[in-house]
Design a protein around this ligand. Structure first.
Ligand SMILES: Cc1cc2nc3c(=O)[nH]c(=O)nc-3n(C[C@H](O)[C@H](O)[C@H](O)COP(=O)(O)OP(=O)(O)OC[C@H]3O[C@@H](n4cnc5c(N)ncnc54)[C@H](O)[C@@H]3O)c2cc1C
Length: 457
């Protein structure tokens, strides 16, 4: 295939989507050249911008007929390179297929287009006195389609689960343009196979998500946030267990090792919340049904942990501004990665018992390689650890991968997905039989291999 084939295909796509639905201006294509990881920038040959599910179906049918590879793009905040085009690919952007269609109070659900930003879903729910609990630092840019495709996790998985737990119904389009639409708002539906699961967490390799029915929860009366300083990893896990049992509804427990904490404060210029430096920190969030009583319970739990040792210091936010200042330190990770570029961000998970040794091993290995490791932080309650490493050169990058994944007994991707970056390491977590089954599914649903090729498997 060459330029004449591409021109013919773009002609049929423009007939289906209208002139504003197909971008070919090189200046406009640059915005679609990579995801948040910033690696392997490559502009697509064109960007398709369908406004409806029917237009997505028409566009995919035409690309499939000509066997043209398509990369699916949401808000481009992904960190695994999945939405970054490979040479010659057409990008299918869901940016014009956004908006909250139907908010149903009795079932506590809403229907959102794939291009709706997460923050807009949260605001639509809040407007009705409800909450959509998925929450990521990228909330202002990431989209529902991307959240579904990556099975996004974030800060409140501990209480509400990952995106998979929040998707009640889904509409998706297969590579050949077939539309699978199951947008009923019922929590219970065991009629045959639950096909929506095929599109949750499969990173756009099996179909394009166009709309989703999302599950809402009551808005907590108040969120109480605390920052805790601790002297050991054991103290972190003890506090987690204690808070699960005693402090209202624990909705977040984010751990930070000292080197991440110090690097975030100094690089991002944040004020020091404690006088002394400590080995570990945790951001704790409790959703309060009875704000006064739940605050007292949290404070007395922290006071008891202080008396017993392990916890060295703690501050409970007295205002929304205080809470935002605490969260900024943990959520500064995205900005920190940008400031330290080129930096490698890892997203692994493992049983908690293995985590302290793992961090020590990677830290010692990084020192041997002579690369800068900026420490660890993560959603501790989920066994999820993030690491930031700044390699000096491309060959260091390969050595860092080998170090981080070689020492790991767990998952090479806790929440960001495999995309392109982690594809060589999938077999570290999945067996040959599992990968063969994934490939079989891919062949069945996308026989010409046009959707997000060379991602995941
Ligand atoms: C500051 C920051 C903080 C973050 N924090 C978290 C976090 O706490 N937890 C977490 O899980 N992630 C986090 N992320 C990663 C990222 O925001 C999530 O992976 C998010 O779900 C990606 O959504 P997106 O719309 O930007 O998708 P994109 O980056 O555009 O795409 C991601 C993948 O999904 C596919 N895709 C996108 N839209 C569709 C669709 N409609 N149908 C099918 N496939 C599609 C793409 O092809 C690609 O493979 C963070 C990122 C940043 C920059």
């Amino acid at each position: 295939v060459g330029q004449p084939d591409l021109d013919r295909l773009l002609g049929t796509l423009e007939a289906a989507l209208g002139p504003a639905g197909v971008l070919v201006d090189p200046g406009l294509l640059q915005r679609h050249a990579c995801d948040w990881s910033g690696e392997d920038r490559c502009a697509p040959v064109a960007v398709l911008r369908p406004r409806t599910t029917a237009e997505v179906a028409a566009a995919l049918a035409r690309c499939n007929e000509s066997g043209w590879p398509v990369v699916v793009q949401g808000g481009l905040t992904g960190l695994a390179g999945g939405a970054t085009p490979r040479r010659g690919e057409i990008a299918l952007s869901l940016e014009r297929l956004g908006g909250v269609d139907a908010l149903d109070l009795p079932t506590a659900t809403l229907v959102a287009g794939a291009g709706t930003r997460l923050q807009d879903v949260q605001q639509a729910a809040a407007g009705a006195g409800l909450a959509f609990p998925l929450d990521l630092g990228s909330r202002g840019s990431c989209t529902v389609g991307g959240n579904v495709a990556t099975n996004a996790g974030g800060n409140r998985v501990l209480r509400y689960g990952m995106m998979r737990n929040l998707v009640v119904g889904l509409e998706a389009v297969l590579a050949d343009g077939t539309v699978l639409s199951s947008l009923l708002p019922m929590l219970k539906d065991n009629a045959g196979y639950d096909l929506k699961q095929l599109f949750i967490g499969t990173e756009g390799t099996l179909g394009v998500v166009t709309r989703a029915v999302l599950r809402l929860y009551p808005e907590p009366i108040e969120r109480i946030t605390a920052l805790v300083a601790l002297d050991s990893f054991d103290a972190l896990t003890s506090l987690l267990m204690r808070l699960r049992h005693t402090a209202g509804s624990l909705s977040a427990f984010e751990a930070m090792w000292a080197d991440y904490f110090e690097c975030a404060l100094s690089t991002l210029g944040y004020a020091r919340p404690f006088h002394a430096q400590h080995p570990f920190y945790a951001v704790v969030e409790v959703e309060a049904a009875e704000p006064v009583a739940d605050r007292e319970r949290l404070e007395s739990t922290l006071a008891a942990a202080l008396d017993e040792g392990g916890v060295r210091d703690a501050v409970v936010a007295a205002s929304l501004e205080d809470a935002a200042r605490i969260w900024r330190i943990r959520e500064g990770a995205g900005e920190l990665i940008g400031r330290l570029a080129p930096a490698m961000a890892f997203d692994v998970s493992m049983p908690l018992a293995l985590m302290p040794d793992y961090v020590r091993t990677v830290g010692a290995g990084a020192a041997r390689l002579g690369v800068r490791a900026f420490g660890a932080f993560g959603h501790l309650g989920d066994g999820n650890l993030h690491l930031i490493v700044a390699p000096g050169s491309a060959s260091d990058g390969a050595a860092v991968d080998a170090l981080v994944y070689g020492a790991l007994r767990g998952s090479v991707s806790a929440e960001h997905g495999i995309g392109r970056h982690k594809r060589p390491w999938l077999a570290h977590t999945r067996s040959a039989a599992e990968i063969a089954t994934m490939r079989g599914l891919k062949r069945h649903l996308d026989p010409r291999g046009i959707l997000n090729p060379q991602r995941v498997i």
